[in-house]
Design a protein around this ligand. Structure first.
Ligand SMILES: *Cc1c(COP(=O)(O)O)cnc(C)c1O
Length: 392
């Protein structure tokens, strides 16, 4: 019964409606396409929404993370403690600065940094920063991370690429460490096509990031002169980067920000449907659940000892039913670059490696209909039943 559902269900799809179209068009017609009034307004609205002191819009979360580490003076030879269970962006930015990632394995249930291992790493090595990633939108244990940060006096930059808008009891996830960075890439929880936002309460690094994110130009000087219109004078303080968010993206982002909560609720509903329908299924393991969850990803694990097929074949069968899937993540330590540079072996980070082996990400995004979600559920259960290992 291949493709019984004639419409292929993609793994991810942005939620773009008339308001986003109108916002982009408004900018196209305005005569000002790059960073300008829309970006300023987006930053202001983001600050009001999250309560953070400084919000800096950038052209990707990758550039945002780079700016954070640069502003914290991470440099040649430094070590940054982070997880191998993430997208390469979290780690490549460490290399941009000549520093090295110090990988710490994850907790099996949450896929997030194992904070006991993290403390050991920070205690026994000269670690210059901690970079936790909230995988799939499930918060890392930030209480523990913060304790470690204070105890050893090491700053924390959160890769909150998956984590907008998670409001915990103590505030928005990504706003309570030295800095946090959200991604607005096309498949993330809210999108501007490409884009990101840095959140920080630290005036010193905010100032540095604004300068470095725009060619190392002294912004105050720049603003002062642009206000007077006729000016051509500015000062270059450093060889900076070109990381500013254009107004077309910001205008779309402003609409998405207004939708953020309702988009989250739509993802929550889908997560609840999956959790409920799969609760009795013994050949699947469900993801860890939390009140505070962005549900950017829904990662199921196949229990291979109960099945006649392995994860990769399970994925093929889901795809054959017209359903898109993905795997988050192929751990960095088995990627050629990291493997060759650091001589890692698969078993160096056993939890990451083993979680990777049986994980499958299934669709979870606003715009998926209840019928589609039910079709995904039925299809997965059907595959498992067809391939169920008979009891011996
Ligand atoms: C998507 C992603 C990023 C990078 O986001 P961009 O906006 O595409 O640069 C960083 N970290 C993680 C974990 C991601 O999934």
């Amino acid at each position: 019964m291949m493709n019984q559902n004639t419409n292929f269900i993609p793994f991810a799809k942005p939620y773009i409606r008339k308001e986003e179209e109108e916002a982009a068009l408004r900018v196209l017609k305005s005569g000002w396409l790059t960073t300008g009034p829309e970006t300023k307004a987006f930053e202001k609205e983001f600050k009001e929404y999250t309560g953070v002191k400084h919000a800096i819009a950038v052209n990707s979360a990758t550039s945002g993370l780079h700016l954070c580490l640069e502003a914290l003076n991470i440099k040649q030879g430094n070590l940054v403690a982070t997880t191998p269970y993430t997208f390469t962006a979290s780690s490549e930015i460490i290399h941009y600065l000549g520093a090295k990632p110090y990988f710490v394995d994850i907790d099996e249930d949450t896929y997030n940094l194992d904070t006991a291992l993290l403390e050991k790493a920070v205690k026994n090595n000269n670690i210059s920063a901690i970079l936790p990633v909230h995988i799939g939108g499930l918060p890392c244990n930030m209480e523990q991370v913060t304790n470690i940060s204070r105890k050893y006096n090491v700053p924390v930059v959160e890769d909150a690429a998956h984590a907008f808008p998670v409001k915990t009891k103590t505030g928005f996830l990504g706003t309570q460490s030295d800095a946090g960075v959200y991604s607005f890439y096309a498949n993330k929880t809210i999108t501007t096509g490409e884009g990101g936002m840095i959140a920080t309460n630290r005036e010193d690094i905010a100032k540095r990031m604004r300068i470095m994110g725009f060619h190392g130009i002294d912004r105050e000087c720049w603003d002062r002169y642009t206000e007077k219109k006729a000016s051509w004078k500015y000062e270059i303080l450093e060889p900076g980067f070109k990381y500013n968010m254009p107004d077309i993206a910001a205008a779309i982002g402003r609409v998405q920000l207004k939708r953020a909560e309702s988009l989250l609720n739509m993802r929550k509903e889908i997560a609840e449907m999956y959790l409920k329908s799969f609760s009795e299924i013994d050949f699947l393991k469900m993801p860890a659940v939390s009140e505070d969850h962005a549900w950017h990803l829904f990662i199921i694990r196949v229990c291979e000892e109960k099945l006649t097929i392995r994860r990769d074949e399970f994925i093929n069968r889901i795809n054959e039913k017209g359903i898109g899937t993905s795997v988050h993540f192929i751990p960095l330590h088995i990627m050629p670059f990291y493997k060759n540079k650091y001589g890692f072996k698969q078993e160096d980070f056993p939890v990451s490696y083993n979680n990777y082996l049986n994980s499958i990400s299934i669709p979870i995004y606003p715009g998926l209909t209840k019928e589609q979600v039910n079709y995904i559920i039925e299809s997965i259960i059907e595959i498992g039943k067809e391939c169920y290992k008979a009891a011996v």
